[in-house]
Structures are given as C-alpha cells and as structure tokens.
Design a protein around this ligand. Structure first.
Ligand SMILES: Nc1ncnc2c1ncn2[C@@H]1O[C@H](COP(=O)(O)OP(=O)(O)O)[C@@H](O)[C@H]1O
Ligand SMILES: [Mg+2]
Length: 411
C-alpha cells in the first residue's frame, strides 16, 4: 500500500516535471479537437479579433488550421502572426467558387475532422463537406459529425450587431415550431467563441440546423406539389389578391396536412419569407419541412403585420360569402387548431423571456445591448403583442367562416 502511494506520488511529480519542461501552455493537447477557421482573407490587419482568437486557442492547446481564399495585400508581417507560424497553418482554397457557386470539396481538400469555425458542437468531431456562398446575406456550411449526422451551419455575413442578432430569431422561431410539433428544422445557437476568460470576443454568431430531407419546393419537377405557394405576402405594393392569407394559400395548404401547420407558424411569427426555397418536400416520408426563419414580424418598408392581414382577409371572405370546398375547410381547421396551440403555448411574456434567453446564449448581454439592438428588440416585442391579439381574433373569424359554410353546397 505504502509502496503504491509512493509510486503515485512519483508519477505525479514526473508529470509535473514533464509539464514544466514542456513549459508552454500552448503545447498540443490530443484530447482537444482540431479547429478549422474558414475566413475570406487571412491574415488581415483589420481583423485582429480573429488573430487573437487563434492565438488564444493555440495557447490553450488546440490544433488550428486556417482556410482562406486569399491573403490580404495590405498585410505586413506582425509578431502575432509569426509567433505561432500561423502562415504555415493556412490552406488557401477557392471555396467561393463563383462558377458553380457551391463547391463540394475535393478529396485532397478534405479537411479531416475539425470542430468547425472555432466552435465545438457536442464535443463531436465535425467535417465540412460543402460550402454555399450563393447568398447575399449569409454563409452556409454543410457539415457532418462523427456519427454521420448532417447539419447546416449558418452565419450572417454582415457584421452589424442587428444582423448578428438574427440568430436569436432563427432559434426562437425554430424552437416554437419544435415545441408545437410543426415540421421544421431544429436550430441551436453556436455562441460567439469559446470563452477563454479575457482572451477574445469573437464577432460572429452562428446557428446550427438539422439538415432536412428532400428538396426545396422550388426544385420540384412535377407531382401534386409542383405549384404550391403558401407565401403570405405583406408588402403594400403587392396586389390585393396576393396579399396575406389569400385564396391560393388556403387552397394550397389544403393539399397536405403539414402545410396548414407551416402556414400557421408563419402567421404567428409574422414570417413573410416562405418562398419555395424556404421549405422542403421529402417524397420518401411524404413530409414538408420549413427552414430559414430568421425574421420575425417584419414590417420594414411599410409592410403590414402578417397576422393583421390574415384577419382582414378572412373578414373580407366572410363579407363576400365566399365558398370553400371540404378540403379547404379541413385545411382551415388544421390551421386554426395550430394557431390555438401557438397562442396557448407562447403568450408574449414567454416569447420575451425566450428572446432574452437566446440572446444571452448568443453572447448578447442585456446590459450591453447597444441602442439599435435595444430599439429593435423593443419594437419586435410590441409587434409580438399585437400579433397575439390578432391571432385570437383570427381564431374567432375562422370559426365564423367555417360556420358560414354549413349551409353552402361545398360543406
Ligand atoms: N436545414 C436545412 N436543410 C437543408 N438545406 C438547408 C437547411 N438550411 C439551409 N439550407 C440550404 O441553404 C440555403 C440557404 O439557407 P437559408 O436558411 O434559406 O438562408 P437565407 O436566409 O440566406 O435564405 C437554403 O436555400 C437551402 O438550400
Ligand atoms: Mg432562404
């Protein structure tokens, strides 16, 4: 026993000595994941935060690789870059291939296993296999983890805090869908950087999404859903017939039992962006899935709240004694039932709390909200409250509409 204790002490001293001899906190630690930085230009004088982040990670034992498209001409070698031979860690890749717009990485460019973009997700090793840059507003990375689960990572391109704050709404809206069982991708926030105390503040937030199966409705070549359009337009210049919850939306959402749920979510969160590339149809499971919901109650450029429009549309239909067929009525019933679930589960105070909670997760501390964020959040909260009352009115109006059909031939 004594011998064993002595041996333990000896081993501890040996380890301590080894640690002191190696002497540097930045020796590689095999237990820590390899980390891949994907940047446009590197090194770059103006982006010292990336540099301090990388150096911070190296000092903490992480193995770093950097992918960049190009170097920065204005760059002059700095000690921060030369300190850890960062130039040797850069692999310059044209992943912004402008011809194909999306590039599947060739075998020899396979990055191996990395935790992505200085971020760890569930401590799993992550491989990037595709990068989309055909969007103006964000970068999209297709990744898979060690267990072959596929995900999407999305980062807003713009640095402005208001833009970066969008992750909060992306998370919020997908979370609402998740709780109320509306088919949509699941989203989690990847916070701004790994918190090494006092080391750095990473500028960019990101979200990680489950990859939904199937293809964008936009890409459907035929079949029953080829022409589906469930977008609730809200721009005042759009024709009156196309606006909001119009007849085509009502007819089209009746085609599949998933669609009224997605339409209800859009009315509830004020999402006008349900273009045919923002929802998918998977033939093998016969399901639809919503994606891309980083907007909430968008009323920029004179747009009208989607919920308010839905109310006035249904009121108009009642006034004109419009007639619906039984599929449409069934669709409206599904739509109404989903709206009920949404208002019951997500009254404004719950949504406010979630916004604050997700904002914190993303690294926005409430007391440091800059005025423009504070403003935007407050305005959003006001619109959420208005929506809440609109939805209650809408539920009643739909009851009246369904009731009004009882004497008509269609019902
Ligand atoms: N969860 C997902 N599953 C499958 N593909 C996705 C998913 N999220 C995004 N994508 C792909 O990435 C593209 C851009 O993502 P999206 O969230 O729509 O960003 P944006 O706000 O720029 O439109 C989509 O059109 C789609 O092709
Ligand atoms: Mg989109």
């Amino acid at each position: 026993m004594v011998k064993r204790n002595k041996l333990m002490i000896f081993r501890k001293i040996l380890f301590l000595l080894l640690f002191l001899v190696s002497g540097r906190a930045h020796c590689l630690d095999k237990n820590k994941p390899k980390i891949l930085f994907i940047v446009h230009k590197f090194p770059r004088l103006t982006e010292t935060f990336v540099l301090s982040q990388i150096n911070g990670l190296i000092e903490n034992g992480f193995d770093i690789t950097i992918w960049a498209r190009e170097g920065d001409e204005t760059y002059v070698l700095q000690s921060d870059v030369s300190k850890y031979n960062l130039l040797e860690k850069i692999l310059y890749i044209d992943f912004y291939n402008s011809k194909t717009q999306s590039t599947t990485l060739r075998q020899n460019q396979n990055p191996g296993n990395f935790a992505l973009l200085n971020l760890q997700y569930n401590r799993k090793k992550i491989v990037v296999y595709k990068f989309l840059d055909n969007r103006t507003s964000c970068y999209v990375f297709f990744i898979k983890d060690g267990e072959d689960n596929h995900y999407i990572v999305k980062q807003k391109r713009k640095d402005s805090l208001v833009s970066q704050f969008r992750v909060v709404f992306e998370m919020l809206n997908a979370y609402i869908a998740e709780i109320v069982e509306i088919p949509a991708h699941r989203v989690r926030i990847l916070p701004m950087g790994i918190p090494f105390p006092g080391k750095f503040v990473a500028k960019k937030t990101a979200t990680i999404h489950t990859l939904v199966p199937g293809c964008q409705v936009k890409q459907l070549q035929g079949g029953p859903y080829y022409d589906v359009d469930i977008k609730q337009y809200n721009h005042p210049l759009v024709s009156k017939y196309k606006m909001g919850l119009n007849r085509k939306v009502i007819a089209d959402m009746a085609l599949h039992s998933d669609l009224p749920l997605i339409v209800a979510l859009d009315t509830f969160i004020g999402n006008r962006d349900r273009n045919p590339n923002n929802y998918f149809y998977d033939q093998s499971s016969d399901r639809f899935y919503a994606i891309d919901m980083d907007e909430i109650c968008d009323t920029r450029d004179g747009r009208i709240l989607v919920s308010k429009l839905a109310c006035s549309k249904v009121r108009g239909m009642l006034k004109n004694n419009e007639i619906f067929n039984r599929h449409e009525i069934k669709g409206l019933q599904h739509y109404q039932a989903t709206l009920k679930k949404l208002v019951d589960n997500f009254p404004p105070r719950i949504i406010y709390m979630l916004i604050d909670q997700f904002a914190l997760q993303a690294g926005f501390k409430k007391k440091y909200y800059v005025p423009e964020i504070l403003n935007m959040v407050n305005q959003t909260k006001m619109k959420i409250e208005k929506t809440y009352y609109d939805i209650q009115r809408l539920i009643n109006l739909i009851s009246q509409l369904i009731e009004s059909q009882k004497n008509s031939n269609g019902y």
